[in-house]
Design a binder for this molecule. Sequence first.
Ligand code: NAP
Length: 243
Amino acid sequence: MTRKTLLITGASSGIGAATARLAATDHDLALHYNANVQGVKDTTEACRAAGARVAILQADLGDPENVAPLFEAFDAEFDRLDGLVNNAGIVDAAARATEFTPARVARMVAINLTSPILVAGGAVRRMKSGAAIVNVSSAAVRFGSPGQYADYAATKGGLEVFSKGLAQELAPEGIRVTAVRPGIIATPIHGKGGQADRVDRLGPTVPMGRAGTAEEVARAILWLLSDHAGYVTDTVLDVSGGR
Ligand code: NAP
């Protein structure tokens, strides 16, 4: 059987890296990263050990102009694309909206919304019936992240609306589009936003009494991508321990 090819953005860390590792047994992988060279190397090594053919693609998605070259690099390695995990994303330091700067908001929008929209477009141009896209949103869409990063929540809300439109647009063509909303997940993202203790602090407040793992989100993503979810499109799956 032909192995499916999967493009994962932000595969050097956290949820993207966990998705790559779990997908490697039955997918070939285009693993995107921005700055974390060691992270993408480690992920690649694990995926190759599991039998996957892997191509590493670098792009700073803070500049949406980098999306087209990302796909040129993809085309040099693969001639089919069966799945996209639109995962790369950032938070920023906890702040009230009165403290947001144009530079902060522009970066957040570029990485979390503009580039993922363009990445999805590039992916669709290479997809056929049976392919699937999973956009990585956030439970922040339900809460709005007041006093933390309401700008982040807004970008994820935008991504979910885009996800809906794209799902409806592509349903007649047999391409499914869904989103996941991770809750509080133990990954490096919290430290990057200046709150390394966020998982320990907030994990116990989740109804299930703990933060989630990157692998738990990855398993939901892989189910949504799989043929087992063949009649699932235009939906958002919360992976948030009841929060
Ligand atoms: P993470 O461990 O910090 O990983 C983030 C990934 O995004 C990294 O691979 C990183 O690449 C990439 N990235 C960051 N800036 C980038 C840029 N300028 N250009 C291209 N790629 C860039 O975070 P994570 O928790 O796994 O997050 C993955 C997704 O889940 C994000 O969209 C996030 O919003 C979402 N999410 C996470 C949580 C949570 O609690 N962890 C909750 C809800 C939603 P490099 O490291 O190579 O720069």
